[in-house]
Write a protein that binds this ligand. Structure first.
Ligand code: HEC
Length: 145
């Protein structure tokens, strides 16, 4: 501290002043929350628009998974094998992509046909490869068209 000179002290003073001005100028939490509520419908519409922009058939496995499959496979709803749960996925991955396609298209147990998605076969295969490969698998994800 011995080398603190007048300029350093002045600079520190300006810093303190501007920090407190910022604190006083910041809006109360309630106002922020009110703003969040006001813009929420807009951001929801934007998100819907973003997921609708990709045409059916051209969506990636990750897009399909996040839009639809994750609703069950993220948390294990209805005993769905969870993303990343290698033990739960190993016997299923052993069926291969063709085998998994058959059960995913037809539906199986608590899983509705195509996971209740509008994915076409290519997208469904990509989504299956996405979730399986995040869960210890090494399925070849069909290329995006
Ligand atoms: C409504 C919940 C739900 C959704 C949505 C869902 N799944 Fe499933 N999924 C399940 C359940 C439950 C099982 C376990 C079925 C069983 O073995 O009885 C399952 C099993 C699977 C299996 C393994 C099938 C097999 O033969 O063992 C695959 C692959 C799969 N899901 C992929 C998907 C994909 C891809 C999507 C999105 C397009 C999806 N799931 C969406 C509930 C869901």
């Amino acid at each position: 501290m011995a080398h603190l000179n007048g300029r350093t002290l002045a600079a520190a003073g300006v810093l303190v002043l501007s920090v407190s001005a910022f604190a006083m100028g910041s809006r109360p939490k309630d106002a922020d929350e009110a703003t969040n509520k006001r813009i929420a419908p807009v951001s929801r519409v934007q998100m819907a628009a973003e997921s609708a922009t990709a045409a059916v058939g051209s969506r990636s496995g990750e897009q399909i998974y996040k839009a639809v499959c994750g609703a069950c496979h993220d948390s294990g709803v209805a005993n769905a094998p969870k993303l990343g749960d290698k033990a739960a996925w190993a016997p299923r991955i052993a069926l291969g992509l063709d085998g998994l396609m058959k059960s995913a298209i037809a539906g199986k147990g608590g899983m509705p046909p195509r996971g209740a998605s509008d994915a076409n076969d290519a997208e469904l295969a990509r989504a299956i490869a996405y979730v399986a490969n995040k869960s210890g698998g090494n399925l070849k994800e069909p290329a995006a068209k």
